[in-house]
Every structure is written in structure tokens, then in C-alpha cells.
Design a protein around this ligand. Structure first.
Ligand code: IPM
Ligand code: MG
Length: 364
């Protein structure tokens, strides 16, 4: 069966890193391992420039039809002065919300070859394999009311609302428990229940789902400040972490750095399985648009290619091909090939497309 992949390359280094992933998609098709068709659409700043809207309707329509979506990155200094409603980031938040991609999976895996590239000591990170499950369509990112009001005395008041409902908490908790069941059987739920009522509810609901449906998973709860500290003190204590939208945003950047570079971290954003068996899914590197190096052919495409591997695994049930991609990356790293962000002395530094070449060669 032919599967259709929509690529939303976006801004900054997005197009460069997506190009390398697309070459791998084409390679898989050429090898007869799968039948993929690919199309492209606009999102983020480039979409704003073209249409005045960071998330054009056309893109939403294409996204609804796709079997899976690969996204590069959005945003950059060029659009920072724009009104919030048309900022590139609204495009990303828009697609997450419209497709109800509520479950964001951010694995932080340390490749043996890069254990020395981490800012932490090798023994703390070697062999690290944690999965951060971030709630992606609720919480303070979307809560109402929100805005900036001008007060009678001329000063201003800015506000956002942190809100979670029982069903929102339950469905993300189930994703975390299901994943833990296929991994090491441990979930740490991260909240700020000592201060925020909405996350006190979070803690209670996660515990309830655990007790009722997943008694065999070991569940612990941790306050987010402690979790941030534990992530850099002893990250290997974690298996699956599940947390709110904003805490997940912050903790996943922190976890990414444990792996040596933001350029290494993929992610999957999944919707609910629909009655017809379809499931919306968007895959994207965790790094942003990196405007400082955009267009220079320097960016590390590995996070995007690892995101493609997640797509093969989660959307297309192609575990063998996902392994092939991931093992090719391991081989390239073992061969001492590095982009600038993960460069170490004695290794060979290459650009974006040479890294893509090397991974394709290793796959062959
Ligand atoms: C991420 C990013 C986004 C977020 C931004 C670009 C809106 O930081 O995916 O982690 O905050 O979710
Ligand atoms: Mg982020």
C-alpha cells in the first residue's frame, strides 16, 4: 500500500535537514522496501511570508490527508516582531491542536559514541535511554483566558491559564503507561502539585489510572524543580517521564542536552487512534530553526532522520527499516563522522548533506 508523507520543512535549518530525510524516504521506496509518496506544504514564517498566515488552510487540509507528517522547524528573528496571532510558532501550535496531537514522545538516548560529547560526565549518561511523554494540546499553552490587557492606570497585565481536565490527563497517562510496559516498566509523573491545583489534579488522576489499569507499572511522582535537578544529577534513574505541556517543553530540552546535542533528539506527536484505524502523527526534531546557522549546510540532520525512523516505527509498523536507519546512524558515528555540533577532536567534520550521504551509504 502506498503511504503518503507530508513534509513541512518550515524555516531556518528546517529545509536543509528535511532534505536529508527525504533522500532516505526516496531510498526506501527505490529499494522496494516501501511505497512512499511525498508532498510539501508551508508552515511557520515561510507560510506567513507567502500567505499572511503561518498555518494556511491548504496546509491543514494536506495534513489531514497525510499518513504521516515530517516537520523541520519554525521561527526566526525575521518574524519576532509580528503579532502573536501570526507568529511562526502559532503554525506549529495550530497543527498540534487541529490534529489533536496530544501525545508528544521525546526519547533521549545517548549513543555510545557521543557519551563524551555530553556536558555531563560519561558515567552519568553512557547507556541513557529515557522517554519524555509531554502533553501537547493542553495546559498553559492553550488555556483561556490569555492575553495582555491595559489597566486603567496605563500599566499592563499579562496572563495565561494553566488548565487540565480529567480526560486530558487520563489519555496522556495511558500513553505513558503503555510505553513503560514495552520498556522498563517505570513511570515518573512530573508536576508542581505543591503549588498548582491543576497539577494536583494531574497527580491524582495519573495515580487513579495507574491503580485501576496499570498496577504492574511502577509509578512515582516528582515535583518539576526536583525533576530538573535529578535529570542532571542522575538521569539514568528515569524510564518514562510524563508531564504537562510546559514542563515537558523545558525538561525535554534539558534531557536533549544530556545526549550531547540538541541536534540528536527526535520526537513524535501522536493523536488518538480513530475508529477507522487511522492516527494523525507528526514527527519533528526537537531542535528549533537555528537561524544562526541556517542556509550554511552545517546543520545536523540526525534528529530529523531519527524522527523519520520514529515515523517508520510508529506510523508504518516498519521496525526493520527503523532499525536500519538507526543502525546506520550508529555506524556513521562509530566511523568518526560528525557535524559541527557534535564534533570531537580526531573526528571528521562534515556538513548536512555529507552527513546524509554517509547515513545512506551505511544503510546500503
Ligand atoms: C518545542 C518548541 C515549541 C514549543 C515552540 C517552537 C512553540 O519549543 O517543540 O519544544 O514550545 O512547544
Ligand atoms: Mg521546546
Amino acid at each position: 500500500m502506498t503511504k503518503h508523507i507530508l513534509i513541512l520543512a518550515g524555516d531556518g535549518i528546517g529545509p536543509e535537514v528535511c532534505r536529508e530525510a527525504e533522500r532516505i524516504i526516496n531510498w526506501l521506496t527505490k529499494q522496494g522496501r516501501a511505497k512512499f509518496t511525498v508532498s510539501h506544504a508551508l508552515i511557520g514564517g515561510c507560510a506567513y511570508d507567502e500567505t499572511g498566515n503561518p498555518f494556511p488552510n491548504e496546509t491543514l487540509e494536506a495534513a489531514r490527508k497525510a499518513d504521516a507528517i515530517l516537520l523541520g522547524a519554525v521561527g526566526g528573528p525575521k518574524w519576532e516582531a509580528l503579532d502573536y496571532a501570526v507568529r511562526p510558532e502559532r503554525g506549529l501550535l495550530g497543527i498540534r491542536k487541529e490534529l489533536e496531537l496530544f501525545a508528544n514522545l521525546r526519547p533521549a538516548v545517548v549513543f555510545e559514541e557521543l557519551a563524551d560529547a555530553s556536558s555531563l560526565k560519561r558515567e552519568l549518561v553512557a547507556g541513557l535511554d529515557i522517554m519524555i511523554v509531554r502533553e501537547l494540546t493542553g495546559g498553559i499553552y492553550f488555556g483561556q483566558p490569555r492575553g495582555v490587557d491595559t489597566l486603567p492606570d496605563g500599566t499592563k497585565k499579562g496572563y495565561n491559564t494553566l488548565v487540565y481536565t480529567t480526560p486530558e490527563i487520563q489519555r496522556i497517562a495511558r500513553v505513558a503507561f503503555d510505553l513503560a510496559g514495552k520498556r522498563n516498566g517505570r513511570v515518573c509523573s512530573v508536576d508542581k502539585a505543591n503549588v498548582l491545583e491543576s497539577t494536583e489534579l494531574w497527580r491524582q488522576e495519573v495515580q487513579k489510572i495507574h491503580d485501576a489499569e496499570y498496577p504492574n507499572i511502577a509509578l512515582s511522582h516528582m515535583y518539576v524543580d526536583n525533576a530538573a535537578m535529578q535529570l542532571v544529577r542522575n538521569p539514568k534513574q528515569f524510564d518514562v517521564m510524563v508531564t504537562t505541556n510546559m514542563f515537558g517543553d523545558i525538561l525535554s530540552d534539558c534531557a536533549a542536552m544530556l545526549t550531547g546535542s540538541l541536534g540528536m533528539l527526535p520526537s513524535a506527536s501522536l493523536g488518538a487512534k480513530q475508529a477507522n484505524g487511522r492516527q494523525h502523527a507528526l514527527y519533528e526534531p526537537v531542535h528549533g530553526s537555528a537561524p544562526d546557522i541556517a542556509g550554511q549546510g552545517k546543520a545536523n540532520p540526525i534528529a530529523t532522520i531519527l524522527s523519520l525512523a520514529m515515523m517508520l516505527r510508529y506510523s508504518f509498523n516498519m521496525a526493520a527499516e527503523a532499525d536500519l536507519v538507526e543502525n546506520a546512524i550508529k555506524k556513521v558515528l562509530a566511523d568518526g563522522i560528525r557535524t559541527g555540533d557534535i564534533m570531537q577532536s580526531g573526528m571528521k567534520q562534515v556538513g548536512t548533506s555529507e552527513m546524509g550521504d554517509a547515513i545512506l551509504r551505511a544503510m546500503e
